[in-house]
Design a protein around this ligand. Sequence first.
Ligand SMILES: Nc1nc2c(ncn2[C@@H]2O[C@H](COP(=O)(O)OP(=O)(O)OP(=O)(O)O)[C@@H](O)[C@H]2O)c(=O)[nH]1
Ligand SMILES: [Mg+2]
Length: 318
Amino acid sequence: MIEQQAQKFLEAFQAKLPVAREKKLVFLLIGRTGVGKSSTVNALMGKQIAEVGDYEATTMGVESYESELDGIKFQVIDTPGLCDDIEEAERDQQYLDLMRSKITQIDSMWFVSPLNDTRVRSDEIQAIELISKAFGSKVWEHAIIIFTFANSVSAVKYPEALKKRTELIRKAIAKCEDVGLVVANEIPSLAVDTGSEITPDGEKWLGELFTKVFSRISERGTIPFFLAMADSLKSPQSGKKKSELDSTPYASAQASPQKPRIELTQEQKKEVKKRIDASIIPGLAIAGSGIGSVFGPAGAAIGGGIGAAIGLIAWLWD
Ligand SMILES: Nc1nc2c(ncn2[C@@H]2O[C@H](COP(=O)(O)OP(=O)(O)OP(=O)(O)O)[C@@H](O)[C@H]2O)c(=O)[nH]1
Ligand SMILES: [Mg+2]
C-alpha cells in the first residue's frame, strides 16, 4: 500500500520534470547598495553569479545576471537604484516602466537589509512601495526578508534585533496598497552573514536560507529549484546510514562522511518535505517508510541532477 503510494508519487514527480527543466528561475533582489545582495545569492547557489563589490557600488539601475545550476537556468535581477534616494516622481515612473518591461515573472523576491540598521530607511520604504506598485500585492507571496551582517549584533541582542527589525519591515510592507498585515506577517525573515558560517545564535544560516526561499518560491519554480539545489543538499555519502558506511571496504577513510554543502536541521527537513508534498501531489502527505525503497533505487538508476533529486527525496523521507 505504502509502496504503491510511493510509486504514484515518483510517477507524479517524473511527469513534472520535462516542464521543470525548461523553466528559468527568476530571483528579484531588493536592497540598498552594498548590503550583501550579491554575496548572499552567490552563497546560496554556491557559485559566483552576481558580482560582489568591495568598495564601490557595482550595480546601477536594473542589472540582470544569467546563470545555470545543474541544468536549471537562473536569472538574478539586482535593483540597487531602487533604493537610491529617488527625488522626482518622474524617475519613479521611469523605473517602474523599466522594471515591468524587463521582468515578466518573479519566482523569489528578496528584501535585503543589514541587521544592525535600527530603522527602516526612507529609500527602503520607497523601494517597497515601488515594487508593490509595479507587480501588485501578490508579489509578496514569494518574498522573504533577509538580514545581512548578522554578526554585527551581539549574541545577547540577536533574537530581539531579528524580531524588531522583522516587525518594522513587515509594517512598511503592510502599508502598501492591497497588502495589509495579514499578508505581510506571512513573509518569513532570517539573518545571514556571508563573512561566517553561523549567526550569533551559533546556527548555520545557509540551510535556513535555502529552506525559506524554497518555502516561498512560486509554484512553477518549486521543482526546478529543487533540481538545481539537490546536489548541494546531499553529498554522495550523506544519505547513507552509519552502519552502511562502516561495512564499506574503506570504512576507516570514510568514518566521517562528507558533508553536503547545505545542511538541513530536522525542522528544516520537515518544512522542505511539506513544500514538496504540496507541489507534487497536493494533499497526499506521503508516509515515510516505503519512499526510500522506491525512490532510492530509482534515483541511483537515473543518476545526474534528476537522480540526485530523487535520491534526495528518499533521504528526506527516511
Ligand atoms: N561580514 C560580512 N560582509 C558582507 C556581508 N554581506 C556583504 N558583505 C560584504 O559587503 C560588500 C558588498 O557586498 P555585495 O554582496 O556586493 O552587496 P550588494 O548588495 O550586492 O551591493 P550592490 O550590488 O553594489 O548594490 C562585499 O565586500 C561583501 O563581501 C555579510 O553578511 N557579512
Ligand atoms: Mg550586487
